[in-house]
Ligand binder design. Structure first.
Ligand code: ADP
Ligand code: SF4
Ligand code: MG
Length: 371
C-alpha cells in the first residue's frame, strides 16, 4: 500500500479578539505540532477527550481551516500551496462525515437531491444522476425507493448512511469520519462501523476516524493516535497500543472502557481535575497537571514523541510505568462483544432498513429488529 497522506508539524492557534481595539490578546492552542502518515486502505483513529483538537486536525487536513503552520501532503501534493480553485477541485478526493448527519443534511432536500448535488458540483455521472443516486443507496444498504424522502423520515443510523452515501458520491480516496457513531445506539454503532469497513475493503478508502470511544476504535483502526491538549501523546498500530499502552493518559482512557464480563476485573484509573485551558496550557508535559507520575522534569521539558519499534510515546518516564492490571485484557473483551454483535448482523442477511412514513423518524430499536 502506498502512502496517501502525510501530515507534518501541523499547528492551529485560534486568535481570540478580547482586548481593546479588537487586538488579539490570547490564542487557543488547539493543535500544536501534530504529525502522522496514512496509507490507502488504512484507518487512523484519532482519540482523546472533547476539546483536545481532533476535529481541528480533521478540518486542517481537508483545508476547511487554514493552518497556522505545518504541511499536509496528499498523494504527493502539497495541499497548503494549492490555489483556492484547485483546492476546491481536489476536495472531491477528501470528504468528511459528521457526528450528527441531521445537521449536515439539508432538511428541505430529498435524499436524491442531497446525493445529486455533489455530482453536479464536480461534473460527475453526467446524464445518469438518478442511476448514480440509486447505486449509492445500494452501496450503503438503503432501498433506492426512498430517494424521494426527506431526512426527518429516517432514523439516526439511516441518516448516517445517507451522510456516507453523499460523501461517497464524489468517489473520494480519504474520508475524515468525525465521531460518526458517537450519537448512535451501540448496536447501530456496530452496523455503521461494519458498513465503513465493508466500503473500505470494496473501494480502497482511507479513513481518519475520530472518536472518544476506544472500543469502537479498536475494531476499525489500523493505527491509533491518542491526543491530549493539541499534542499526539501516543501513536502505534492498534495491536501494540491495546496490548501495551505506554502513556499514562492512554492507560487511563483504556481503563475507562466498561467490561461486559462480570468475572473480569480492571483497575480503573481516575484522572484528577479537568483538562487545562488550551489558552494557557501547562509548561513541559501538558498532561502533568493530571498525571499521577508527574515530577519536576515534567514541568520543565516537553516530552518528544519518541518512536520505539513503531510505537511512539511522549512521556519522559514511560519505561518505568507499567500498565495497570487488566487494561490490555479489557480491550479484548470489548472487542469480542462488538465482534459478536457484528456476527449477528452478518448471519441474518441484511435487507435494507425501512423508514416508517408519518412517524417523524423511526426508533433505533426498529432498525435493529429489521436488520
Ligand atoms: N473556531 C474556533 N475558534 C476558537 N477556538 C476554537 C475554534 N474551533 C475550535 N476551537 C477550540 O480548539 C480546541 C480544540 O477543538 P476541537 O478540535 O473541536 O476539539 P475536539 O474535536 O477534540 O473536541 C477547543 O479548545 C476548542 O474550543
Ligand atoms: S512526562 Fe511526566 S507528566 Fe507527562 S505523562 Fe510522563 S510522567 Fe506524566
Ligand atoms: Mg470534535
Amino acid at each position: 500500500m502506498t502512502e496517501l497522506l502525510r501530515v507534518e508539524h501541523l499547528v492551529k492557534h485560534f486568535p481570540l479578539h478580547r482586548g481593546m481595539f479588537g487586538r488579539d490578546t490570547a490564542v487557543v492552542h488547539a493543535v500544536d505540532g501534530v504529525s502522522f502518515e496514512l496509507r490507502s486502505g488504512e484507518t487512523m483513529a484519532l482519540v482523546g477527550e472533547s476539546g483536545c483538537g481532533k476535529s481541528t486536525v480533521g478540518r486542517l487536513v481537508l483545508r476547511l481551516l487554514d493552518a497556522t503552520s505545518g504541511k499536509v501532503w496528499f498523494g504527493g501534493e502539497d495541499l497548503m500551496s494549492l490555489p483556492p480553485q484547485a483546492m476546491r477541485a481536489k476536495r472531491r478526493e477528501l470528504q468528511m462525515i459528521f457526528q450528527d448527519p441531521y445537521s449536515s443534511l439539508n432538511p428541505r432536500m430529498t435524499v436524491e437531491q442531497t446525493l445529486v448535488e455533489p455530482l453536479g458540483l464536480h461534473g460527475l455521472a453526467r446524464g445518469r444522476h438518478r442511476e448514480r443516486a440509486a447505486e449509492l443507496m445500494d452501496l450503503v444498504g438503503l432501498a433506492p425507493e426512498y430517494l424521494q424522502r426527506y431526512p426527518h423520515e429516517f432514523s439516526g443510523g439511516q441518516r448516517q448512511r445517507i451522510g456516507i452515501a453523499r460523501a461517497l458520491a464524489v468517489e473520494p480516496r480519504l474520508i475524515v469520519c468525525d465521531e460518526p457513531v458517537s450519537a448512535l445506539d451501540v448496536s447501530i454503532q456496530a452496523q455503521i462501523v461494519n458498513l465503513l469497513q465493508d466500503l473500505q475493503r470494496r473501494l480502497g478508502l482511507a479513513y481518519i476516524f475520530i472518536a472518544h470511544d476506544l472500543a469502537v476504535v479498536k475494531h476499525i483502526a489500523s493505527h491509533v493516535a491518542v491526543m491530549y491538549l493539541g499534542h499526539i501523546v501516543e501513536y502505534a498500530d492498534k495491536r501494540s497500543l491495546f496490548a501495551s499502552p505506554r502513556h499514562p493518559y492512554t492507560q487511563a482512557l483504556l481503563s475507562a472502557i466498561p467490561i461486559p464480563e462480570p468475572r473480569q476485573r480492571r483497575e480503573r484509573i481516575l484522572l484528577q481535575g479537568d483538562v487545562p485551558n488550551p489558552i494557557d496550557p501547562p509548561s513541559g508535559c501538558r498532561f502533568r497537571t493530571r498525571c499521577p507520575y508527574a515530577r519536576e522534569r515534567c514541568a520543565q521539558e516537553v516530552p518528544a514523541l519518541r518512536p520505539l519499534g513503531g510505537h511512539a510515546t511522549a512521556c519522559h518516564f514511560w519505561e518505568e510505568i507499567a500498565p495497570p492490571a487488566g487494561v490490555a485484557a479489557e480491550g479484548r473483551a470489548v472487542n469480542e462483544r462488538l465482534a459478536r454483535l457484528q456476527d449477528a448482523f452478518r448471519t441474518r442477511g441484511v435487507p435494507p432498513p425501512q423508514p416508517s412514513p408519518g412517524r417523524g423518524g423511526t426508533r433505533e430499536a426498529d432498525e435493529v429488529e429489521k436488520v
